[in-house]
Design a protein around this ligand. Structure first.
Ligand SMILES: Cc1cc2nc3c(=O)[nH]c(=O)nc-3n(C[C@H](O)[C@H](O)[C@H](O)COP(=O)(O)OP(=O)(O)OC[C@H]3O[C@@H](n4cnc5c(N)ncnc54)[C@H](O)[C@@H]3O)c2cc1C
Length: 606
């Protein structure tokens, strides 16, 4: 397995020099404690925990997998001890309110933690990650009684959580959910039904597991308007902070899957399990999706993590492995052959991984500031502000989730490619990165669903193209700055053209879609990828702008080599990756007949 080294230099560059996180935290009520020294201490300690504890378990977790025996799931060897350290370190409650035992740090600090932990061991990080979804739902929609009963052990990490949406007949189309909730005289419910693919559905890391479950009340309207949300603990709370009676929540089986084998993916059967309604009846989906944007950003992190880990592994290997001579002449004449990294094609692969990892990280850190504002509004119970920030974040979310997981997977594949045949062999751990990263484009809404959300809902329906206009306005402001310096002028010229094209494409699609409804679905994927490449272009240009300024002024907390490399990677991105946007532009405007004209029975011709 590639040895993981937390990319602290890049993280600090983004936090302090590109996005001014110290200034950002000063503006937040929850940011008072997040002083530069405190942030630095948390980052360093998290990096140590990741490098020394979690990273060494990644390959072992893949080999061991999870086991279901006598109705109980065990996680891979070493996971429980690592989880105990995670709990002792107070990591679960880093960004959750102090009144429940958390550290009350801004939401974005939690993302930085998840980025490092998820990169070096995604399977392990899934367990606390699912708990976060559960905690956020209870925090926002639970009654005071529910919060008091569940938040303290969840915040501490001694109880875990899940999100139970998917059933055998439906994943994307949750309107088909059929688990049933029958009311009891005491105000609770009994839920019966089967959920599949439930991450962290059962395991041996915590003493209790709190499931957040979608089910239907009797006489609920059909479809998405008739779904309610419930808390169903595996063991009922005993009222004194401990666990009581077993609640008929059973793990029926474990899924045998391609990757993330250390993460238990369970079939969970609820059999007359005692359940507690959370949020209003029949509004379950609205409640579940309040934190959808932040949960989806959590999955986007997986794409960036895969690119980072693949890059670290491939870089090391490309220095050690020798093959033939560089086309421009021997580089290491004393050696039998030149190292891989002298070959232009290998450098192309390395730089692609790096550009995706660092460009994607910048995209995430920008969105995390929006998430901070949104969660502050939630805590302040300011619904108007919450909506405002959720909308802002909402435009970027499908781009982050859909695009970053797609290119993250590409980067994982390139990491394997740099290893040649050795990448395909388990020993080096590069094929594990590919297998683990593959799920990211599927769960939390497939790429196709993100694409429809972006083009159909966020761009065409909700904002009539304004979302694109607004963001391209921001990009053009940067272009004006970039144009003042000859080093960054080429970035400005390219981005300005793309801004015009992005708006043109939006209007064209809006017009065509008004008479041909299939247009949205047929163009959505290309629109998503186009938007992703241009957005990443903006964040590379932003980094290049800072690097160029620091080089010119001779200041900054990094070395000149660091800033120069930023500029060179930005140039690589603009010259070698961003042109892909053009192909997506052509493809999205192709008539729908190109995908719809072939009758379905003709798909079967051999
Ligand atoms: C390892 C793993 C962990 C998971 N963890 C959880 C979990 O913790 N909790 C949970 O509830 N679920 C979980 N899931 C389920 C996951 O979220 C779903 O598998 C996912 O949402 C897709 O649903 P589906 O599998 O039913 O695919 P489907 O909805 O059947 O989709 C199949 C294909 O059709 C496309 N498609 C569907 N509808 C449309 C449309 N209207 N227009 C265009 N294309 C469409 C999709 O993009 C996809 O390509 C997990 C799944 C896996 C594999």
């Amino acid at each position: 397995m590639p040895e993981y080294k937390a990319p602290l230099r890049d993280m600090r560059f983004l936090l302090n020099e590109v996005f001014d996180y110290p200034g950002h935290y000063e503006k937040l009520p929850s940011g008072k404690e997040a002083t530069p020294d405190m942030v630095e201490a948390i980052l360093s300690e998290c990096a140590r925990f990741c490098e020394e504890v979690l990273a060494p378990l990644n390959q072992k977790g893949d080999a061991d997998g999870c086991e279901l025996r006598d109705g109980k799931v065990t996680t891979p060897r070493g996971f429980k001890a690592a989880y105990d350290q995670f709990v002792a370190g107070g990591w679960q409650g880093l960004s959750h309110p102090a009144e429940y035992g958390g550290q009350g740090m801004p939401m974005s600090m939690g993302m930085l933690k998840s980025e490092m932990m998820g990169t070096c061991n995604w399977s392990f990080t899934m367990y606390p990650g699912l708990s976060l979804g559960c905690m956020n739902t209870i925090l926002l929609h639970g009654t005071e009684e529910q919060k008091d009963a569940y938040m303290p052990p969840l915040t501490q990490g001694t109880w875990g959580g899940t999100m139970c949406l998917t059933e055998p007949q439906c994943g994307t189309d949750l309107g088909q959910v059929s688990s049933k909730a029958e009311p009891n005289a005491d105000g609770s419910y009994n839920v019966t039904g089967t959920k599949i693919f439930i991450s962290s559905g059962d395991h041996d890391l915590t003493e209790n597991i709190v499931h957040i479950v979608l089910a239907r009340l009797p006489d609920a309207p059909p479809g998405t308007r008739g779904i309610s949300l419930f808390i169903i603990p595996k063991y009922l709370p005993d009222g004194k902070g401990g666990i009581g009676e077993y609640n008929n929540v059973e793990c029926g089986s474990l899924e045998h899957k391609m990757g993330i084998k250390g993460s238990a993916t369970c079939v969970i059967n609820f059999d007359q399990s005692k359940a507690f309604l959370i949020g209003p009846p029949n509004k379950g989906l609205d409640c579940m999706f309040t934190f959808m944007n932040t949960a989806r950003i959590g999955t986007a992190v997986q794409g960036v993590g895969a690119a980072e880990l693949a890059y670290q592994g491939a870089l090391l290997y490309s220095k050690e492995r020798r093959s033939m001579r560089a086309l421009s002449g021997k580089k290491e004449p004393e050696k039998v052959a030149d190292a891989l990294h002298y070959h232009a094609d290998v450098r192309r692969m390395l730089l692609t991984m790096r550009a995706i990892a660092e460009g994607g990280r910048a995209m995430l850190y920008h969105a995390a500031q929006f998430a901070d504002f949104m969660s502050e509004a939630i805590l302040a119970k300011d619904e108007k502000k919450r909506e405002q920030w959720d909308d802002k974040l909402g435009f970027f979310t499908p781009i982050l989730k859909g695009f970053l997981t797609e290119v993250g997977y590409e980067a994982a594949n390139l990491g394997m490619q740099v290893f040649g045949g050795h990448g395909y062999i388990k020993e080096h751990g590069m094929e594990q990165i590919v297998r683990d990263a593959r799920i990211a484009t599927l769960y939390e809404g497939t790429t196709g669903v993100q694409a429809l959300d972006l083009l159909g809902r966020k761009v065409l329906l909700m904002t009539k193209g304004k979302a694109v206009q607004e963001f391209t306005g921001t990009i053009l402001k940067l272009c004006a700055q970039l144009a003042r310096d000859k080093t960054t002028l080429p970035f400005a010229l390219t981005l300005a053209k793309l801004c015009a094209q992005w708006n043109y494409l939006t209007v064209r699609l809006m017009l065509v879609a008004s008479r041909d409804r299939d247009m949205v679905s047929s163009a959505a994927y290309d629109f998503l990828m186009y938007s992703g490449y241009v957005t990443m272009g903006y964040f590379w240009a932003l980094q290049a702008n800072v690097a160029a300024t620091k080089l010119k002024k001779g200041g900054g907390s990094e070395t000149a080599e660091f800033y120069r490399t930023k500029l060179e990677t930005a140039e690589f991105y603009f010259q070698r990756i961003l042109p892909r946007a053009g192909a997506h532009a052509d493809s999205m405007l192709a008539p729908t007949s190109s995908v719809m004209q072939t009758p379905i029975e003709h798909f079967e011709f051999a």
